[in-house]
Design a protein around this ligand. Sequence first.
Ligand SMILES: *Cc1c(COP(=O)(O)O)cnc(C)c1O
Length: 359
Amino acid sequence: MEIKIVQVPPEKGKARPTDESNLGFGKIFTDHFFTMKYHHDRGWHDAMIGPYHELSLEPTAMCFHYGQEIFEGLKAYRGRNGSIFLFRPSENIKRMNASAKRLCMPTIDPDLFMEAMKKLALIEQDWIPHGRGTSLYIRPTMIATERSLGVHPSNEYLFFIVVGPVGAYYPEGFNPTKIYVSEEYVRSAPGGIGHCKAAGNYAASLYASKLAAEMGYTQVLWLDAIERKYVEEVGTSNIFFVIGNELITPPLTGTILPGVTRDSVIQIARSWGINVLERPLAMDEILSAFASGNPTIREVFASGTAAIVSPIGQIYYQGKVHIIGEGKTGPLAEKLYNEILGIQYGEKEDPFNWRVKLS
Ligand SMILES: *Cc1c(COP(=O)(O)O)cnc(C)c1O
């Protein structure tokens, strides 16, 4: 399928943000977006990059009622020499299609998906900020659009991709976060959709996050739904523990999101000779390590596209606060952050062939 392109005349474009240190996240969107429609009888059609505009949907569009909404999140980076890169975009495409299957939504041809992201990023390349750590955030989204109040998989969908400049996550250096272990609420259960980037997962997580915020914590550490015993994820990121000489992260058993950053951390750490274990990690094991210091919990950090790695300095669990690494950023988190950022911006070797160069 051809992607039709309708350019906004330059004089009609939006004003560009002038202050790159104040972009924030997900507030600014560019002049164009990609759209493509699906109908059960026709398949995907009308692929187009055109002027960014409001959507018009009926109040009975199924996405408003039964939650068929999935998305992805990745970034385009501007390297120092002006080149533009994506980081492992095929992984996001694969994951979006896996989410689509689980939610009975149509999959998208990976080549067309890739072409749409590349073309859109290039059309909007002037919007990609220059500062190290800044980027153009890419948000592919699919929603059910059939007007119907009967519960069934929608027969019509809209796929769109919006992009917008985002600021550096750590403009003033690392600041370890405080996390709150939720025992009462869970975000996902075995057999559910916890492994999908589906809107409902975030709706389900807001209440516990709000309670944690009220107690002064940045994020919720989620436990498994059955035993409330095993660590799963932190907020909307994957989690890693450096205990003794091992790097431990929960396995992909269907209740956690298979993060692209998680996989990158695992592969890089293994290439450095670190013993990486994907295995269940119980709070009891963590508590006894905190109590005895043997083995030592050296570092805890979260991983995700937004921050790459985000060090955790404190964990609140059952009325007690546990401090990790004196509340400071650990050396492995910092080294991984610099390595992945260096690959993304074209400054370091790319031994795994993760970068996709757009220009
Ligand atoms: C997006 C997301 C992650 C991180 O995935 P990345 O591909 O590394 O950005 C982790 N957990 C949840 C719940 C997420 O939504």
